[in-house]
Design a protein around this ligand. Structure first.
Ligand code: ATP
Ligand code: MG
Length: 291
């Protein structure tokens, strides 16, 4: 089973993650904007080749989960990191407020249907983690879920964390490489980005007053994130808490983690067997014999 390599942004597996210590800004020695962009380009080139090999090798699938507060830059990161990858080998799924059909199933159902096939990369823009994040911050949403038992809320979140851990372990055992990114934007930077959405006409379409309302629940979201990351970061399904106040740095970090992980899988193009090579020789002779 795949296991995460060390990384400064890897969330520890022993529940000791302290969100207060998680950086939102790049370290002092980080490359500048240009340096980050250059490194991102190099990673994208490598990712293109690795993805082709992932497809040919056909034993693993890769699931990238993105979670963040609004305006942290999920969409732009997904776009930038996957920009070089063959679209046929990659699928992005966004999870918004669940439909009534989705609410008629368990909370993992809708995303389970979107899991990547072997050889493919699947990206979740939000995910089943919303069930222990936005739903935890607004437990009134549980009313629409028609759960059979009324259990105390603390127990419910604990049970959901357990379900998620079990689900991810099952996927990992069966060849899915899961990487989860929490794009950690600061409260102050989110405010700047919301203001830019109001001030700049070409960003107006991104503005939502609902997002400003959710900002009012910041502390509750941070508690829910801290708990979820502690409970579900595991070697086979690691979380990375990526500083998100600088977009170029964030994108570079995400790309590096994806590339390093794929590199570590020992992917290779399948080799032809002796029997197949014999067949190739026959086919070649046949083609050459055509007039
Ligand atoms: P963007 O704003 O960039 O288009 P987004 O992911 O923020 O992307 P929105 O339509 O603005 O998309 O918001 C989706 C909303 O759906 C979010 O507020 C999210 O918390 C909410 N959501 C997602 N999953 C669930 C869930 N299981 N239950 C309740 N709300 C959910
Ligand atoms: Mg939104």
């Amino acid at each position: 089973m795949f296991e995460a390599a060390p990384n400064p942004y890897l969330v520890p597996f022993d529940g000791s993650f302290d969100l207060g210590d998680a950086a939102t800004a790049p370290p002092d020695d980080a490359p500048g904007k240009k340096g980050c962009k250059k490194r991102l380009e190099d990673q994208i080139d490598e990712l293109r080749d690795l993805q082709r090999m992932l497809y040919a090798h056909d034993h693993h699938s890769v699931l990238l989960v993105f979670q963040a507060m609004d305006a942290a830059g999920k969409d732009g990161t997904i776009r930038a990191v996957m920009s070089g990858v063959n679209p046929a080998g990659c699928q992005v799924s966004s999870f918004k407020v669940p439909s009534s059909e989705e609410l008629d199933h368990d909370f993992l159902w809708r995303s389970a249907r979107r899991l990547p096939e072997r050889g493919r990369i699947g990206i979740f823009n939000r995910s089943y983690y919303e069930e222990v994040l936005v739903v935890r911050v607004h437990p009134e949403y549980l009313g629409g879920q028609r759960l059979p038992d009324r259990v105390p809320l603390d127990q419910l979140w604990r049970e959901r964390h357990e379900s998620i851990r079990d689900h991810e372990k099952h996927l990992a055992r069966n060849g899915t490489v899961i990487l989860k990114f929490w794009l950690n934007v600061s409260h102050a930077e989110q405010r700047e980005r919301f203001i830019a959405r109001l001030d700049e006409p070409e960003k107006n379409w991104k503005f939502s007053s609902g997002d400003v309302r959710e900002r009012g629940f910041w502390a509750d979201y941070m508690d829910a994130y801290e708990d979820a990351l502690r409970a579900t970061s595991r070697p086979w399904a690691p979380w990375y808490a990526i500083p998100a106040d600088s977009k170029p740095y964030m994108r570079m970090c995400v790309a590096e983690i994806v590339v390093e992980t794929l590199r570590g899988l020992g992917l290779r193009y399948p080799e032809a067997t002796a029997k197949e090579r014999q067949k190739f020789a026959e086919m070649r002779a046949l083609l050459e014999g055509e007039d």
